[in-house]
Design a protein around this ligand. Sequence first.
Ligand SMILES: N=C(N)NCCCC[C@H](N)C(=O)O
Ligand SMILES: O=C(O)CCC(=O)C(=O)O
Ligand SMILES: [Fe+2]
Length: 269
Amino acid sequence: MTEVRDVTRKFFQLPREEKLKIKMTPQSGYRGYQRVGENVTKGKPDMHEAIDCYTPIEPGRYGDLAKPMEGSNLWPDYPSNFNALLENYISLLRDLSRKIMRGIALALGAPLDAFEGGVAGDAFWVLRLIGYPVSDDIPQEERTDIGCGAHTDYGLLTLVNQDDEICALEVRNQSGEWIYAKPVPGTFVCNIGDMLKVWSNGIYQPTLHRVVNNSPRYRVSVAFFYESNFDAAVEPVEFCREKTGGVAKYEKVVYGEHLVQKVLTNFVM
Ligand SMILES: N=C(N)NCCCC[C@H](N)C(=O)O
Ligand SMILES: O=C(O)CCC(=O)C(=O)O
Ligand SMILES: [Fe+2]
């Protein structure tokens, strides 16, 4: 976890021209590097820079559904071990996420693989390597007070690997207060995403969260998102409906449509 944050920090310390060699564009399938302020949440620019990676998608793989996101990832040349380290990390976190989903299935009294099969047996993944500059280092006219605006994540589970000793990630609790998800060294923060809400008929609720880096230090976090199959139509599963009064509380959502809609409205480039 530390090594992954370290290479991320090293990348963000590179000169701007070097980082822009892997710039995210619509042509790159929204994969690659985005500068501070290019990601927007509810119309406001976020004060973070990031590299976004997604499961590679071959042209035509999901028909029109995945068109805007087709392609493979842009990896930087430096640090030189970046690609290999991250590929290994992704593989480990997919396994870990699958195990957590199995735990959730067992906790609900369902079979181990209740959250796999046709809906998540071929889970799509997303990786965001994120840097939050110190506020003073951002030109005043470009600055907002929010590192990442309030949102819920889009898929099933998120595993956030955040810098030790910097409190910046905040989650909204049941009383509507924002509380810190304090870093606990060697652990991930696990968020619930929109697809798990629908699939579990609301038994699992997505956590509203945001990031505010008021610390005097540059903050790095690496978020891994474990999602349903790209083309899955997710709807409340019967064993969860039975536990919640028998009625579906949410409409069917095609995960890929949900993701593409977010990605197409998330950037000003
Ligand atoms: N894949 C995930 N979760 N990305 C979250 C990115 C930050 C929020 C985004 N601008 C939004 O408005 O949703
Ligand atoms: O940086 C963090 O701690 C969280 C980032 C996040 O919420 C996201 O990218 O979806
Ligand atoms: Fe998030």
